[in-house]
Design a protein around this ligand. Structure first.
Ligand code: PLP
Length: 405
């Protein structure tokens, strides 16, 4: 049985006071805290193995290369990719999406072609597509959602047309918590020959992800949302598609040979990893994946779901609190408003009670526009959160209401 209280002990940062109150960290959709296993992997890498990879004959370089490529295998295993060469390391989820937009989509797009995204995308899965659309004459089409934050699959079906070149869909919404029926959406897209990218930044930390079972073409994820370091993430890409794609950045490590007349590119995935990569970050990412794999991911999901259900019910029952995003399938996130109090004031007040939440538009301005609001307060859960954390959040919100009356 999953035990959050003992897991907490593996996250030293959580054991501190802020403003004289015990820290209650509920900003996990923004970034998660790091367990000792990840901290030690980073420390060990720099103390014992630091060297550049893939290019030297000495032992440290061999060890660094082994650690780096070992992490690729771990990420591949975590996503159930067919082969580790289908994993490209990137600076994060944003860069993974940009890679697909610029290397996969841009060369294929013709004026009038359509790129399908949803109303609930993070800016990272909107702006790259707008950029390639501007460069190619393609247009962005948007799958609508309802008040609960549930996508309209009928509209999605209609929007999947002969001009649809690619669908880029968020797996779990960072602002609403909605878990989208991506397996079904992929099936519908593939029935029309449309390739699908999933933005998995908020799904991979909460749900078991199997890229073969999903049958997605691309899956983008971010280590720092999964207990790993910042500035590192990965793109899963179907081998056949990665093979067809040109590199999008040139430089060291992505080449097989270079003359002034011609460059032969390295094989996949190296052709997408130009320059010295974030080796320590990758090692830390691998350690985070190993850490996660110590647990039964379904038990973690159930634990977090219980916290979400408790928080949603307790907050929803408070007079003056409005929940934003009430889809039946949700993970990790509860967004809300407290009376007329500006979310930033709520956030500042909660912080004084030791409760760390995010306030703002959560890099999802079109969602805020949909609800006609500037921002929300967002509490987001991780494996180390407990019922006590939910109680502290709810008590903090009561304090806000008492103060602003
Ligand atoms: N997509 C979603 C749904 C996110 O929540 C985030 C981060 O907040 C991103 C993309 C961007 O991820 P990264 O910070 O790895 O670039």
């Amino acid at each position: 049985m999953f035990d959050a209280t003992s897991v907490r002990r593996e996250f030293p940062i959580l054991d501190q006071q802020v403003h004289g109150k015990p820290l209650v960290y509920l900003d996990n959709a923004n970034t998660t805290q790091k367990p000792v296993a990840v901290l030690e992997a980073l420390d060990h890498y720099y103390r014992a193995d630091n060297a550049n990879i893939h290019r030297a004959t000495h032992l440290l370089s061999e060890r660094a290369t082994r650690a780096y490529e070992g992490a690729r295998g771990l990420v591949a295993g975590f996503l159930n990719a067919h082969d580790s060469s289908e994993i490209v390391f990137t600076r994060g989820c944003t860069e993974a999406i940009n890679l697909v937009a610029f290397s996969f989509a841009r060369p294929r797009l013709q004026p009038g072609d359509e790129i399908l995204v949803t109303r609930m995308e993070h800016h990272s899965n909107i702006v790259p597509w707008q950029m390639v659309a501007q460069q190619t004459g393609a247009v962005l089409r948007v799958v609508p959602m309802d008040e609960r934050g549930v996508l309209d699959l009928g509209a999605y079906e209609q929007l999947l047309g002969p001009r649809t070149a690619v669908a880029a869909l968020i797996h779990v919404s960072n602002a609403l918590g909605t878990v989208n029926p991506v397996r079904q959406m992929i099936e519908m897209a593939h029935a029309r020959g449309v390739p699908v990218l999933l933005d998995g930044a908020q799904a991979a930390p909460h749900l078991p992800v199997d890229v073969q079972a999903l049958d997605c073409d691309f899956y983008a994820l971010s280590a720092h949302k999964m207990y790993g370091p910042t500035g590192i993430g990965a793109l899963y890409g179907r081998a056949r598609l990665l093979e067809e794609m040109p590199p999008w950045m040139g430089g060291g490590d992505m080449i097989a040979s270079v003359t002034f007349e011609h460059t032969e590119y390295n094989r996949v995935p190296y052709k997408f990893e130009a320059g010295t990569p974030n080796i320590a970050g990758v090692v830390g990412f691998g350690a985070a994946v190993s850490f996660l794999q110590r647990f039964n991911l379904r038990e973690i999901a159930a634990h977090e779901h219980a916290l979400l259900t408790h928080a949603s019910a307790a907050l929803g029952a408070i007079d003056g609190v409005r929940l934003i995003g009430t889809a039946p399938e949700r993970a990790g996130v509860v967004s809300f408003l407290v009376g007329d109090v500006h979310p930033h004031d709520v956030g500042t007040f909660l912080d004084r009670d030791g409760v760390a939440v995010r306030t703002g538009q959560h890099c999802a301005q079109p969602i805020m526009d949909f609800y006609g609001i500037p921002s929300t307060v967002r509490a987001s859960f991780a494996m180390y959160n407990t019922e006590d954390d939910v109680e502290a959040l709810v008590a903090g919100v009561h304090n806000v209401l008492r103060f602003f009356g």
